[in-house]
Design a protein. Structure first.
Lengths: 183, 80
């Protein structure tokens, strides 16, 4: 699978799950120097990110913690081996990248407005995922736990409902299909 | 007549057989544009189950198609 991903990276048009993004950029997470440079979080900083390779939640979590934080809540969505009555062997996420990034950013902006939190982030995988891989991560920091829990719940619910990402499941019997739940 | 690039995702792409195509249409609004394309490609959803986006932003179905824009039809999402 690593070989396949590396091979497809060399061909920009060979990544259908990133369709709609003109110029695929590597995933960038906030680094320590940025924290010092932009202590009040510059408006252009991305809080929602699509990742086409596995990502490290330790760094993401560390970037949310500072002296103001009394509570941190996170949600992790993992690829499970079944859905409804079917045995699932793997899946692929496809996104309309440009719109997914802007809509995901809106969800996080809303969370910061609605809840008494300090910061929030979300990363969603795209591309091929195996059973047991991390599919989506939400992290929220706050002074107190109630707001952290509530905002974390809000972000994952809204991302699932609104952000243009689609799941394509492969089943044990060899067939596969898109999941398009009725609103 | 407006010339647009249409983007198809997920089951809509499977049905149309293409990820994008350039289309000329005299449809008065985006709903009528979708109905034309639904008939052409036997797309599996009625417009009411979809959302529509123009140039990367969600749009209203009663907006007029504009020449040179990129129109995406968004089937029900299933991220997370």
């Amino acid at each position: 699978m690593v070989d396949a991903l590396l091979a497809s990276t060399a061909l920009p048009n060979a990544r259908p799950w990133m369709a709609g993004r003109d110029d695929p950029k590597p995933v960038m997470f906030r680094q320590g120097w940025q924290k010092e440079k932009f202590p009040n979080q510059s408006p252009q900083m991305k809080r929602f990110t699509l990742a086409d390779t596995p990502f490290d939640t330790t760094t993401l979590r560390a970037n949310l913690l500072d002296e103001r934080v009394g509570g941190y809540a996170s949600f992790e969505g993992w690829v499970r081996n079944h859905n409804a009555d079917r045995i699932v062997h793997g899946l692929r996420y496809e996104a309309y990248a440009a719109l997914a990034e802007s809509e995901g950013e809106k969800v996080l902006d809303e969370a910061l407005e609605k809840f008494d939190i300090i910061d929030a982030r979300c990363v969603h995988r795209v591309g091929d995922l195996a059973i047991g891989e991390l599919a989506v991560w939400v992290g929220v920091s706050a002074a107190h736990r109630d707001a952290a829990f509530a905002a974390c719940r809000y972000v994952i619910d809204e991302v699932k409902a609104r952000v243009p990402i689609w799941k394509h499941e492969r089943y044990r019997e060899g067939d596969a299909g898109w999941l398009h739940p009725e609103p | 007549m407006a010339r647009m690039t249409i983007l198809y995702f997920a089951a809509l792409r499977d049905a149309s057989g293409v990820a994008c195509e350039v289309v000329d249409s005299a449809a008065p609004d985006l709903r009528a544009l979708y109905n034309e394309l639904q008939a052409r490609h036997a797309l599996p959803f009625p417009a009411r189950q979809l959302r529509v986006a123009v140039d990367g932003d969600f749009a209203a179905w009663d907006e007029a198609p504009r020449d040179g824009t990129e129109v995406a039809f968004i089937p029900p999402v299933s991220g997370g």
